[in-house]
Design a protein around this ligand. Structure first.
Ligand code: DGI
Ligand code: FE
Ligand code: FE
Length: 193
């Protein structure tokens, strides 16, 4: 089955609150631009971008029970921070509700919040586009403007800066950090030197 981007876009517009839909579109177009910049498939990037937050508004109890129901593992950290589940549950829905069969697209959705070591091109592009899409405004070091420029020259370095900022922010607010987030940061820190 051929995925129709226009239809996905319409589905997400109906499913998501306005602000989240605008973020979703921003991620999709930015991911497509990065794919073009690096000579990769803009279509896959659009599909992954459009679907990456499709499970964001499932309530937490339902997300946990949906995961259990469909055989998706829920770690202790995820049970305590159930919003972390919207990646893997979103990938599951991308497959069963929206007909996505492409494993790389599904994996990019699964890991878009924590990242993971040694990501594929598409995994990196979705992880990063989520962080630097034009509507994001959070203060970062280097600044978001700088990370945006770096993204079009050195994807791994931009991923590292995005993660470093996320972990710094999570530590400053005393939030629990998933092991995968830490492992990803360590992986890209070592890659940088
Ligand atoms: O869904 P979005 O808001 O577009 O973006 P996202 O899926 O990347 O989620 C962003 C939030 O996820 C951000 O506030 C940082 C947080 N996050 C990323 N890794 C971890 C984490 N939060 C916790 N508690 N632990 C993590 O390891
Ligand atoms: Fe998300
Ligand atoms: Fe997002």
């Amino acid at each position: 089955m051929k995925i129709q981007i226009d239809e996905l876009q319409k589905s997400m517009e109906e499913l998501l609150p306005k602000k989240r839909f605008l973020h979703t579109e921003g991620v999709a177009y930015l991911a497509a631009s990065l794919a073009m910049c690096y000579g990769e498939s803009a279509e896959r990037a659009m599909i992954a971008g459009l679907l990456h937050d499709n499970a964001k508004y499932i309530d937490f109890e339902e997300a946990i029970s949906e995961c259990k129901h469909h055989g998706l593992p829920v770690s202790d950290v995820e049970r305590r921070n159930p919003f972390l589940l919207h990646g893997k549950l979103g990938a599951y829905y991308a497959n069963v509700k929206y007909g996505v069969m492409d494993e790389e697209v599904l994996s990019a959705i699964t890991y878009h919040t924590t990242g993971k070591p040694n990501m594929t091109f598409l995994e990196k592009v979705i992880f990063l586009s989520d962080y630097i899409e034009p509507r994001r405004t959070q203060p970062t070091t280097p600044s978001l403007e700088e990370i945006r420029i770096i993204a079009f020259h050195n994807l791994d370095l931009a991923v590292y800066y995005a993660l470093e900022n996320t972990v710094r922010y999570l530590k400053s607010t005393g939030r629990e950090i998933d092991e995968l987030t830490i492992k990803t940061l360590e992986y890209y820190r070592l890659k940088k030197v």
